[in-house]
Design a protein around this ligand. Structure first.
Ligand code: ATP
Ligand code: MG
Length: 447
């Protein structure tokens, strides 16, 4: 057993083995208190314990409390099988995609319960093991081998994510020197970094996400292979990458995350068109400004919408394509529509964009052309568009980022705030301010 664990953490003997030892930190030596844990999470832990199973709080739940923060959600690890967990909780469902896990539902809160899993090297040695498969790139395709708590700890991604809290005796259990890395504020992969990234390239994104969110460094050996292995992310299904992008940019540290992603070549597999446009000289100031605003919104407890985020992330790509088409003589409006279709069509090969988000994203972009045209009834028609508010916010970001001269945003701000007479005045003034020579189409007569 010991030999196996050593071979696993050393990544097939390529590097000198790093030994890990189980360590128990008693209640008086850590700051995890029961009051920091949500009632539903405590309920699940107690019921599993009372039914005779081992159950621990694990992952971000323990990590964030130890750091004095508030966990986003609570994950529980247990020696009960998914079916056994499901039987204990009427309000639960078995989820079975990559891993079989159980979601226990309490209103809007979801407690994720996973069964202790075995580790990579053990299963890889057994050729006929059908529950664990890797692809030619080392990617884990299936991972349903159950194991001990120790094995479960060592197949987790980062040392600081492999800490367990026991609600029975209030101890924190550390298998991988996670406490030490937490103190030194660094993200360190458990085991051989290259092997672990090949198993699951999304771990590279997770390294960056946690580093940005927690203000941690990525430990040198964990950091070293990322730039080179970043293209492995193209093997990840677009739907999973879409979810990861949302996590990356909605944790309240979007701008820092963006910088790290760029630094580690991780932005290109996520937004290939955007990176290409930026490399060709398109500014990314709008993206930064949008992420700054998003971070500020999240700090105030406001929500962020995926379509706004994607509208910003793809804006440089759209701008480049749109300009290219206009340079080739296409009229503005059709060029925009063609560009939108093209940019989205290419993006969904990297990250999916569910229709409920791509629709509104397109509308935000299209409205950018309508916002300057306010004469007559137009301002009112535009303002009644369901996506007006988002498009107006987007316009403000464009102005703040210096992409366009400020002015129009302020006009719209006033137009929304003033009363009907004020609006009429603004429109009249607009007409006299900017006499425009326009060929009027005859208004279509209503029957
Ligand atoms: P947060 O919930 O704040 O995003 P977290 O660390 O709880 O952070 P989750 O995605 O909720 O992250 O996963 C829970 C735990 O499951 C992690 O802490 C880690 O131990 C393990 N885990 C998640 N994803 C992976 C992965 N790709 N490879 C290995 N272990 C993972
Ligand atoms: Mg979590």
């Amino acid at each position: 057993m010991l030999k196996r664990l050593l071979s696993y953490v050393s990544g097939n003997g390529k590097k000198k083995p790093r030994t890990y030892q189980r360590r128990e930190i008693p209640r008086d030596q850590h700051n995890v208190s029961r009051s920091a844990i949500s009632e539903p999470a405590k309920k699940v832990l107690s019921r599993l314990n009372n039914a005779g199973y081992e159950a621990y709080l694990v992952g971000g739940g323990v990590r964030d409390i130890l750091l004095g923060g508030k966990p986003k959600d609570f994950d529980i690890a247990t020696n009960a099988t998914p079916e056994e967990v499901h039987d204990l909780f009427r309000n639960s469902r078995l989820i079975g995609r990559r891993f079989r896990i159980v979601h226990v539902l309490f209103g809007r809160e979801v407690i994720e319960v996973t069964t202790f899993r075995g580790n990579a090297a053990d299963a890889d040695e057994e050729d006929d093991d059908d529950d664990r498969r890797t692809s030619e790139h080392g990617l884990l395709l299936r991972d349903n081998v159950y194991g001990s708590q120790e094995e479960d700890a060592l197949r987790r991604d980062f040392t600081v994510n492999a800490l367990y809290y026991c609600i029975r005796d209030f101890t924190v259990v550390d298998f991988a020197n996670g406490i030490e890395d937490l103190k030194n504020r660094q993200m360190r992969l458990i085991g051989d970094p290259e092997t672990r990234y090949r198993e699951d390239p999304v771990r590279m994104l997770r390294a960056v996400r946690f580093a940005a969110k927690l203000g941690f460094d990525i430990e040198p050996e964990t950091e070293a292979p990322i730039r080179e292995l970043a293209p492995l992310l193209t093997h990840i299904p677009p739907a999973r990458l879409f979810e990861e992008v949302l996590k990356l940019f909605s944790a309240g540290h979007g701008e820092a995350t963006y910088d790290l992603l760029s630094e580690y070549n991780l932005l290109a597999p996520l937004f290939p068109e955007t990176v290409q446009a930026i490399n060709n000289g398109e500014p990314d100031e709008l993206i930064r400004q949008a992420l700054r605003n998003t971070d500020a919104r999240i700090a105030k407890g406001k929500s962020v919408t995926p379509y706004f985020l994607f509208a910003a992330m793809l804006w440089p790509a759209l701008q480049a394509e749109w300009r290219k088409r206009q340079d080739n003589g296409e009229p503005v409006q059709p060029a925009l529509h063609q560009s939108i279709a093209k940019v989205i069509g290419r993006q969904v090969q990297a990250t999916s964009i569910p229709k409920r988000f791509s629709g509104p994203m397109k509308e935000i972009w299209e409205l950018q052309m309508r916002l300057p045209r306010r004469q007559g009834k137009r301002a009112f028609v535009t303002m009644s568009h369901p996506r007006f508010r988002a498009a107006y916010d987007f316009l403000l970001v464009r102005e703040e980022s210096g992409e366009i001269e400020p002015g129009l945003g302020q006009w719209w701000t006033e137009f929304q705030e003033t009363d009907e007479r004020g609006q009429e005045r603004m429109l009249t003034q607009l007409g006299s301010d900017r006499p425009r020579k326009r060929r009027r189409k005859k208004p279509a007569k209503k029957a």
